[in-house]
Write a new protein. Structure first.
Lengths: 581, 285
């Protein structure tokens, strides 16, 4: 099978005839990508609603009686887990990874199409198991998305009975499904690139997704074993993470386990996870900026190496989530240093994005607006990370709203802005139609300004010392009345941003049916996905003959060239300057 | 055009917000001024980067927006510029990391003269233990815990007899004396967080954790649990009263020791009845 999908022989390629074969049990990477994306967005909407419920409680405590402390913690937990794992990871890798890798490297499909299909269906099963926990007695787990034992499996935590079990089972399924997809992405990039597509000619999007997939294959197993061990502690009475303890006046019989071991396993997954989400976003935003500024990405080689270095270093920083966890405090020296070193390649990426814009020819279309908004929120979120990485500065800020503000800016808002930009950017390719420009701009402005109104004040509540994961602040001497007003303003802003997302969905659905037909390459992009013979690309992507690549993906505004871009599959021509790669 | 102006306005707005924000760190009440200084150095370096990078972004958007006849400059890379930027970023990072690590070095170095105070956490309340005249806390374990012995004190450990046990949520501390806070949890993770002290640490069942600090200001401060510990997490509050030595001594004198509690338990009729089932004690209830 594998050789057939990569080979140039189009006739051997399996084309399903039935509707079900094409769109349900599909092995076409593009259809699987859409399935992944729609499922991720659907479950993401659940997380979005949960976040609004949390904000209602925080902004207006004692008003919504259906939100009890148990519910609040359940909202916190499910919101966090869905956003990080089931939305961001699934959408960026399962969605964009699936869609873009074969098209951008010039392959007909993923190397293992059947496994790719299986990956989606296992992911869907994981999502269904997760959703089912809303309907079991006791509801979903309220242990916080970090699921720290002993609390997560003891009485006193909502969902301790069934919710936590379903959560752990769902995560295990997710990881199984993801492994199938991840192996596919890595092998496809390594083995299925078309002629001329050297590694250093791949677009940054592919680099970001490729490195993130490798990282995920290395990081998720730590979460996998942590989940299995917690399950055993909960069901079989083992004591991996459970010391001798007295829970609600009773000794449940655990002995000798280590809660901190769980934290090490969790964050050995959890920190790379941040970059598993960030690197595809970094890659994609590089391409958005380059295409819409009509300029090559500045310092491409450095950008690629930065992605690789960030990916590697991110496995050596995990315990910066644990400075005050009670682990040996001397670890703080090492992890603070390694964490701040990561800031250097990350800064280089920011400089190069800015330098790509500098002396460019910037077209402020909707995808570019989102890319620019990403630069702003990512600079903000990245810098606030320096506070939390800098061990002693983390001590007063840990577990406050500063942390909430930081990680939402850096790995919530920033990647989601890139995702929006990417959806607008590739919408014409995927659907063959154009989105509505006005609705796109409206969606952009409300979202961009709105999220800053939400998260900027939260940093300051954190400086003050307002703790996170509190159902209600009550009367606390050091928290002035004005902080409660801030919470109300934040909630109102969150509701406005929530409603604005309706504009996005209306635009996407309306344009799908009634949007104007899009040009085959509306942005004048040089990368391969826009050079397919059919628009949108058909199953097999390239018709009879695979494209041959002659240049890197960033030949924009080349001196001497007739147009302001030269597609990757256009041969070298004496009149235009040639960037040797 | 518009987006360039908005980016510039957001930068300006952020600066104004910072200046006029009514929310800032609580007035410090401990020796950890070095943490505050490290935070301020981090803040200023980050602020310079934030303002500089975003204004550069706004300027680029303004100057190089697409218009008729305009063409992008062609420059694949500029290794010299990238090296310079890397160097300066490294210097900036080192400048904020150094004070952070110096403060951390102090944080992990407990002064010899520090006295010990133990905070214990359970869902969802605080308890405290002070070592008594011998200056040493007696051993304790979950195995010894019972309704009469909530701290799990080892009744056979002579060092524990003079330990002072405080079962309310209120702890007193003497002003100006370095304290090693020893932390113990009976059930799940908790966190001893007093914003004014800056210093804090998780309570972890199964092990004993610690941090140290010197209270530098008298007053009453709230203890918040800052590690999610279940449904009652947000209600797990306590109080620390920092007071002058004399007031502290007076408060200490009112508290009971483990030895006294043992004696009270021994003397209680219920205990005697249980032991003397063969020979009932006259006068017992």
């Amino acid at each position: 099978m594998a050789t057939v999908t990569i080979a140039d022989d189009h006739t051997q390629f399996y084309h399903p005839k039935t509707w079900i074969g094409k769109y349900v049990w599909s092995q076409d990477h593009k259809v699987i990508a859409i399935q992944y994306a729609l499922t991720a967005i659907a479950i993401g909407l659940v997380a979005l609603v949960l976040s609004e419920l949390m904000r209602l409680q925080l902004g207006f405590p004692d008003t919504f009686h259906f939100i009890q402390p148990e519910n609040y913690l359940q909202f916190v937990t499910m919101h966090g887990m869905i956003m990080v794992v089931y939305l961001l990871t699934a959408l960026l890798l399962g969605g964009f990874g699936n869609y873009l890798i074969p098209l951008m490297v010039g392959a007909r499909d993923m190397v293992f199409p059947f496994v790719n299909m299986l990956s989606y269906w296992v992911y869907l099963l994981a999502v269904l198991v997760l959703v089912s926990s809303f309907f079991v007695p006791g509801g979903p787990t309220g242990a916080g998305w970090t699921l720290y034992p002993p609390q997560s499996i003891l009485e006193g935590t909502p969902g301790q009975q069934y919710g936590i079990i379903l959560m752990l089972v769902s995560l295990v399924l997710f990881i199984v499904g993801f492994t199938m997809g991840g192996l596919n992405y890595v092998v496809t990039v390594l083995q299925a690139r078309t002629k001329g597509m050297t590694l250093m000619r791949m677009p940054c999007s592919v680099w970001g997704i490729f490195v993130a997939a490798i990282m995920a294959l290395l990081a998720f197993p730590a979460l996998f074993v942590a989940c299995i061990m917690t399950l055993l502690d909960r069901i079989a009475g083992t004591s991996f993470f459970m010391p001798t303890l007295m829970s609600m006046g009773k000794n449940p019989g655990y002995e000798g386990g280590s809660p901190i071991l769980f934290q090490h396993l969790f964050w050995f997954f959890g920190h790379p996870e941040v970059y598993i989400v960030a690197l595809p976003a970094f890659g994609i935003v590089s391409d958005l900026i380059s295409v819409h500024a009509r300029k090559n990405i500045f310092g491409y080689r450095m950008m690629v190496w930065a992605i690789v270095i960030i990916g590697a270093l991110s496995f050596f920083v995990w315990a910066h989530h644990m400075y005050v966890s009670g682990m040996n405090p001397y670890f703080g020296f090492f992890f603070a240093t390694s964490t701040l070193i990561i800031a250097i390649p990350t800064s280089i990426k920011v400089y190069n994005w800015l330098l790509t814009l500098w002396r460019g020819n910037i077209h402020l279309r909707v995808p570019m607006l989102f890319a620019i908004a990403f630069l702003f929120t990512f600079i903000h979120g990245g810098l606030s990370g320096l506070f939390l990485g800098n061990v002693s500065v983390d001590v007063p800020l840990s577990s406050t709203f500063f942390v909430v503000a930081h990680f939402h800016m850096v790995m919530g808002v920033s990647p989601i802005l890139v995702i929006f930009g990417a959806i607008y950017h590739w919408y014409p390719l995927i659907t063959g139609r154009m989105y509505n420009e006005f609705l796109g701009r409206l969606h952009f402005w409300i979202t961009f300004i709105g999220v800053y109104v939400i998260y900027l004040p939260m940093h300051y509540l954190g400086f003050l010392g307002v703790p996170r994961r509190y159902y209600a602040l009550g009367e606390t001497a050091f928290i002035p009345h004005s902080a409660h007003v801030a919470n109300q303003v934040i909630t109102v802003a969150a509701l406005v941003v929530f409603v604005a997302q309706g504009v996005f969905f209306i635009n996407m659905i309306w344009s799908y049916f009634w949007g104007p037909k899009a040009d085959p390459n509306p942005w004048g992009a040089a990368s391969l996905e826009w050079q397919t013979p059919d628009h949108p690309p058909k199953h097999g992507n390239w018709g009879d003959k695979l494209p041959v690549v002659y240049r890197w993906a960033y030949d924009y505004s080349v001196p001497g060239a007739a147009r302001d871009f030269i597609p990757q599959n256009v041969p070298h021509d004496e009149s235009a300057k040639y960037h040797k790669t | 055009m518009r987006v360039a102006i908005v980016i510039a306005l957001l930068v300006l707005g952020s600066i104004l917000f910072h200046i006029f924000s009514p929310w800032w760190m609580t007035p410090i009440a401990s020796n950890w001024g070095s943490i505050d200084s490290a935070l301020m150095i981090t803040l200023y370096i980050c602020a310079i980067a934030f303002v500089g990078l975003n204004l550069f972004l706004a300027l680029a958007l303004l100057k190089f927006r697409a218009r008729a006849g305009h063409k992008a400059h062609y420059e694949p890379e500029n290794v010299r510029l990238e090296k310079h930027l890397t160097l300066w970023t490294g210097i900036g990072i080192a400048a904020l990391l150094a004070p952070g690590l110096l403060a951390w070095n102090k944080y992990v170095t407990i002064p010899d003269k520090a006295t010990v105070i133990e905070a214990t956490g359970q869902q969802w309340q605080w308890g405290f233990r002070l070592p008594g005249p011998d200056g040493v806390l007696g051993t304790a374990a979950v195995a010894h815990m019972s309704p009469e012995n909530p701290f799990g004190m080892n009744p056979r450990d002579p060092y524990g007899r003079d330990d002072i046990l405080i079962e309310t949520n209120e702890l007193h501390m003497p002003l100006g004396k370095p304290v090693k806070m020893v932390l113990r949890s009976k059930d799940v993770l908790h966190d001893f967080f007093v914003p004014e002290f800056r210093a804090r640490m998780n309570l972890v069942p199964g092990i004993v954790t610690y941090f140290w600090m010197t209270p530098t200001r008298t007053g009453t401060f709230e203890i918040l649990c800052a590690q999610l510990c279940g449904v009652g997490h947000y209600q797990m509050r306590g109080t620390v009263v920092v007071e002058k030595q004399a007031a502290f001594d007076a408060w200490l004198a009112e508290q009971t020791t483990f030895g006294q509690q043992l004696a009270q338990n021994e003397a209680s009729p219920a205990t005697q009845l249980a032991r003397a089932d063969a020979k009932p004690v006259i006068g017992a209830r």
